[in-house]
Structure formats: C-alpha cells, structure tokens
Design a protein around this ligand. Structure first.
Ligand code: UDP
Length: 238
C-alpha cells in the first residue's frame, strides 16, 4: 500500500452529470472515496483542476490574453478546492487548503514544509492555484507537488475514462487501452493523458502515475492498495 500520495482530480470530476460547474452531491461522493483511503492511514495530497469552470485555452480561443485567462483558471481551482474541503469537513475528515496564489482569507499559502507537516498529522491537504504560474496545467502542478512532498505516486483520476488509450476513446470505438506505459512513450506518442511539461517533470523526478476511472466506486482505494487498475505510467524505461 502507498503511504503518501498525490490524488489528481480533474475539474471535470466535480461536475457529475451536469455540463458545467460544481455538483455538491458528486463532490460529497468524492469525499467519501477519499475518506476510505484516509481511514487506511494514507497521507493524501489532492491537486485539483478547474476544467469544470474555466480553461485558459478557451479564453485564448475567444480572443483573451492567455496569461489573464490562465489566472482565471487558477482561481477556478480555488473554488473547487474549497468545495472539496467543505465536503470533507462534512464527513469529519480533517483537511487544509493550500494555495499557490495568495488568497489568505480562504486558504493557507503553499509552504512546502508546512504541507508536509499537515500530511504527517493526517490532514488531507488540498493544493489549489496550480503552480501559481500561467502557461502550466494542474497536471504539472501534481508532478511538482508530488516531487516536493516525496509522494510515492500520483493517482490520476479520470472522469469516465478507464486509463490511457492509443487514441481518444470518446471519439474512436476501436481505441485500445494500455495496461502499462512509460513517460517516454507518452512524450513520443503524444498521448492525450497529460501535457508534455507534466510528463517531463514526472519522468525527471522518477514519479510513477496510475491513471484510472474514478467514476467507478472503490477505484481510488484499489489504486492505493496497488491493485491492477487502469494504466500504470512508469518513469523508467522498460
Ligand atoms: N492553470 C494555470 N497554471 C497552472 C495550473 C492551471 O494557468 O499551474 C490554469 C489553466 O488556464 C488551466 C486551468 O487553470 O486551463 C485549469 O487547470 P487544468 O486545465 O489543468 O484543469 P483540469 O483539466 O485538471 O480540470
């Protein structure tokens, strides 16, 4: 069993069956799944995205300045993080929100040593604000935080997708699921699982990633217990 993990939740995971925004019932269910692994004594850092609210690239397509649009995306992650904290507290799981962007009224600033202390004390620590810089993704933030806190692995929870495929399974019925891959292959084949910056930071820092579908109940626990699930993306060459 993994001792300290980063759980990467895409913003999409927060919207449930709605098209947009935050569905509190869905967030409550995510919190229940997190509670299961919390109860096992796993130290849990969560990095949360904002695709349910906003993406910088959408703003750019609509004619906005990219950096400005990216900052809006980072603010979106803070809203998601607060929603998750609310749901965790509602089921008696202690948590802290740490932000890469200063919003001291609602979240602590991200300070690495303090984050490690929270984890050691058994608080689910929710990292929001991405990396704090535009032109990055929250997948990159997950790689960065995993490296900084010395996480055993990143559990990359996808919304309704089993793992990594050779092509987009939502568009191609004959898409093939990989059981195992290397980050080098992700980079070479330009696989859609994460951007190249995120893949590089994980590869350079020897971080394995487990990509799995979090819409299936119990999958987060299975992933933590090291059960075979989804796609394992390894940092090392085969
Ligand atoms: N973002 C950013 N810097 C970061 C992380 C995120 O600028 O370090 C912005 C970016 O605009 C991105 C948005 O926040 O589109 C939401 O993050 P992401 O797309 O990674 O969310 P997810 O796909 O996980 O829901």
């Amino acid at each position: 069993m993994y001792q300290r993990i980063i759980l990467k939740l895409s913003g999409e995971a927060m919207k449930g069956n709605t098209n947009y925004g935050i569905d509190p019932k869905t967030v409550h269910n995510i919190a229940l799944e997190i509670k299961e692994i919390y109860a096992l004594g796993v130290q849990i850092g969560v990095v949360i995205g904002a695709g349910n609210l906003w993406r910088g690239v959408i703003g750019e397509e609509l004619g906005m300045d990219r950096a400005q649009a990216d900052y809006m995306g980072m603010l979106g992650t803070i809203m998601n993080g607060l929603a998750l904290q609310d749901a965790l507290e509602g089921i008696d799981v202690p948590s802290r929100v740490m932000s890469a962007i200063n919003v001291s009224e609602v979240a602590e600033p991200y300070i690495r040593r303090r984050a490690i202390r929270h984890l050691e004390k058994g608080r689910v620590t929710i990292f929001v604000g991405g990396t704090g810089s535009p032109y990055f993704s929250t997948d990159t933030a997950a790689g960065l935080r995993a490296a900084e806190i010395g996480a055993d692995t990143i559990l990359m929870a996808k919304n309704g997708v089993e793992g990594v495929y050779d092509k987009d399974p939502k568009k191609f019925a004959d898409a093939v699921l990989y059981n195992e891959l290397t980050l080098q292959e992700v980079l070479e084949k330009n696989l859609l699982v994460m951007d190249s910056t995120a893949a590089s930071i994980c590869k350079d820092n020897k971080i394995n990633i487990i990509v799995f579908d979090m819409n299936k109940k119990g999958n987060i626990k299975k992933a933590v217990m090291g059960e075979k699930l989804g796609t394992v993306v390894k940092w090392e060459e085969k």
